[in-house]
Design a protein around this ligand. Structure first.
Ligand SMILES: [Zn+2]
Length: 491
C-alpha cells in the first residue's frame, strides 16, 4: 500500500506553491504541526526516518509487586529505520538485563520489524496480533502521525482542547485509531495515543510522549532539517514500557526493509496448547504444558488446581483435563503462585469457570481490578460468561490450609523471595510433595532463587521429598540442594 499525502496532490496541481487552506480545522492542526516541525512541504516529502539512541525497555508484568516499578533492560545501539512509503520498519538494539532471571545476566542483540502485515522477530514470523500492534507503532512518532494525518485515505476529526493541548482523532484507512495531542504553545506533537488489547489487562491505551524537540536530520541529501524529539516515552496502561533518548535523520537511505523471504512465505504462528497428564501419586497430577505447568489435587469432595498460567486457552484446556480426570467432583479452587503475567494470564478464565482464587493478599486489589477490567476489543471468557470474583487471601504470617480430613494442602509464602513478594508454594505434608515455581526450575541455566526456596523449606521444617516445579521436570529435594550448591560455587 502506498500512501499519498494530501499535500502532494496540491503540489502536483500548483507546483511548489505552499499548501494551505486546509479543508477543516482538524486538518489545519495537522498542517500547522507539520509547519512547526520544519515545513509542510519538507514533512510531506519525507518518506524515511532513521532514529538512533539508547534507553530502557521494561518487562511488563514481571515486577516484584503488582504496582511496583517494572524491571528493565538497558538498551544501547538502538536503531530504528522506517520506510513509510512501503510500510516497513526494522528495529535493532543491544539489550542487557539488569535483573535476576533463570539465567545469568546477559547482553543480546535483538532485531524485529514489520513489512506490511508481516511481523518478524529475528528470522521468525510473529503473530498477526503483533503485526497489527507494530503497524500502529510506526505512527507513534511525530513524523509518522503527521504523515498519516496528511494522508488522503485517513480521517481526521473531533478537534478539541485538553488543558494546554489541542487534540484530534486520526483514523487510518485500515481502521486503526490514534489520538494526536499537539502543544498549543509550540504547535508540536506532544503525544500519540492508540488502543490495544492485552490478555491480562484487557483494553489498554498505549501512549507515546515526545519531548526535547530540536532540529535534526537533513543528512540524507537535499532534505531540509526537521524539528524532532530527542525523547520518547511509551506507556501501556499505567506502566512505562520503553524510554529512549535519540537523534534522528530523515530520508537517509534505509535500504530494503523487506521481511526475509522465508518469513514472508511462512504463515503467521498460531498458539498451540497441549496438556500432558502425569500422575505424581494417587490423586495428584501434573498437567504439563510446553513451558508452564499446572497441578491437580483430588480431595474427598472437590478438586484443587494449582496455577492458571500463560493464557486463557491454556487455562481452559487445563480445566477441561481436570474435569475429565474426575468428572464427578467439582473443581473448586485455583491456587495462584504469584501475579507475574505469565502465571496469572488464566485467572480471568478460571473465574469464568467458577473457581475460587487463592493468592497472597499482596495481589488482592490487583486481581479485583483485573477481573473488573473491560475486555471489549477481544471478548474473553469472563466477558462472555461474567462471574464474580471469589478470592481467599493468604497472609505471609499464616499458612492457608485446604483439607478434607485425610488430605491436607498447606499453602505458604516463600518469605524474602526476590523474584516476587507474596510468592506462594504449596505442600502436601503426608505425601511430602512440594509445588513451587520460578524458585527452582530444574532445566534452567541458573537458579538464583533456589537458595531462598531451600531456606523456606528448612525454616518451616517441611519434610519435602518430591518437588513438582511448574517449569521443568519433577525433581527431588536433593536436586534442589545440588542446584543451591552449584549456584554458590558459580558466585
Ligand atoms: Zn515469575
Amino acid at each position: 500500500m502506498r500512501r499519498r499525502p494530501r499535500c502532494l496532490i496540491v503540489f502536483s496541481v500548483l507546483f511548489a506553491v505552499a499548501c494551505g487552506g486546509a479543508a477543516t480545522p482538524e486538518l489545519q492542526l495537522i498542517e500547522d504541526a507539520a509547519e512547526a516541525m520544519g515545513g509542510l512541504r519538507s514533512v510531506s516529502q519525507t518518506t524515511a526516518l532513521t532514529v538512533e539512541g539508547e534507553g530502557r525497555t521494561f518487562r511488563l508484568g514481571q515486577n516484584t509487586r503488582p504496582r511496583a516499578d517494572l524491571p528493565y533492560y538497558q538498551v544501547e545501539n538502538y536503531l530504528l529505520q522506517v520506510d513509510y512509503a512501503n510500510q516497513r520498519w526494522r528495529l535493532s538494539q543491544d539489550r542487557t538485563t539488569t535483573f535476576l532471571t533463570g539465567g545469568p545476566l546477559y547482553g543480546a542483540r535483538q532485531t524485529y520489524g514489520l513489512d506490511g502485515d508481516v511481523a518478524y522477530d529475528d528470522a521468525a514470523r510473529a503473530s498477526d496480533k503483533v503485526a497489527a500492534d507494530r503497524w500502529a507503532e510506526m505512527y507513534r512518532n511525530p513524523l509518522g502521525i503527521v504523515l498519516l494525518g496528511l494522508d488522503e485515505t485517513s480521517t481526521v476529526s473531533n478537534l478539541r482542547e485538553e488543558g494546554a493541548e489541542r487534540v484530534v482523532d486520526v483514523v487510518a484507512a485500515n481502521g486503526t485509531q490514534f489520538t494526536l495531542h499537539v502543544s498549543a504553545e509550540t504547535g508540536l506533537p506532544s503525544k500519540v495515543v492508540s488502543s490495544s488489547y492485552h490478555p491480562n489487562l484487557g483494553d489498554v491505551a498505549i501512549e507515546t510522549l515526545f519531548d526535547g524537540y530540536q532540529e535534526m536530520g537533513g543528512l540524507g541529501g537535499f532534505q531540509a532539517r526537521l524539528t524532532l524529539p530527542r525523547n520518547y516515552t511509551t506507556n501501556l496502561d499505567r506502566f512505562t514500557i520503553s524510554r529512549y533518548s535519540t537523534t534522528a535523520d530523515t530520508n537517509a537511505d534505509v535500504g530494503d526493509l523487506s521481511a526475509p523471504a522465508d518469513v514472508r512465505a511462512a504463515s503467521a504462528p498460531m498458539a498451540t496448547v497441549t496438556v500432558d497428564v502425569d500422575e505424581v501419586t494417587d490423586g495428584v497430577w501434573r498437567l504439563a504444558g510446553q513451558s508452564h505447568h499446572s497441578a491437580l489435587l483430588e480431595f474427598e469432595d472437590f478438586l484443587v488446581l494449582i496455577e492458571a498460567p500463560q493464557s486463557e486457552a491454556r487455562t481452559l484446556a487445563v480445566i477441561e483435563s481436570a474435569r475429565e480426570l474426575r468428572p464427578d467432583k467439582p473443581l473448586r479452587y485455583v491456587i495462584n503462585t504469584h501475579h507475574h503475567f505469565d502465571h496469572s494470564a488464566g485467572i480471568r478464565a478460571a473465574v469464568s469457570e467458577g473457581l475460587t482464587v487463592v493468592t497472597h493478599r499482596t495481589n488482592q486489589s490487583f486481581y479485583e481490578d483485573m477481573v473488573a477490567r473491560r475486555h471489549s476489543i477481544v471478548q474473553d471468557a469472563l466477558t462472555r460468561n461474567a462471574q464474580p470474583l471469589t478470592l481467599e487471601a493468604v497472609s505471609s504470617e499464616e499458612p492457608f490450609e485446604i483439607t478434607d480430613g485425610s488430605r491436607t494442602l498447606q499453602i505458604a509464602t516463600v518469605v524474602d523471595d526476590p523474584h516476587a513478594e507474596g510468592m506462594l508454594m504449596a505442600y502436601l505434608p503426608r505425601e511430602r510433595i512440594l509445588f513451587e515455581v520460578d524458585a527452582f526450575s530444574p532445566s534452567a541455566a541458573a537458579s538464583p532463587f533456589a537458595e531462598t526456596l531451600l531456606r523456606n523449606i528448612e525454616d518451616r521444617e517441611l519434610r519435602v521429598e518430591t518437588i513438582v516445579p511448574l517449569h521443568g521436570e519433577i525433581a527431588t529435594l536433593e536436586d534442589l540442594e545440588t542446584a543451591v550448591e552449584q549456584e554458590a560455587q558459580a558466585l
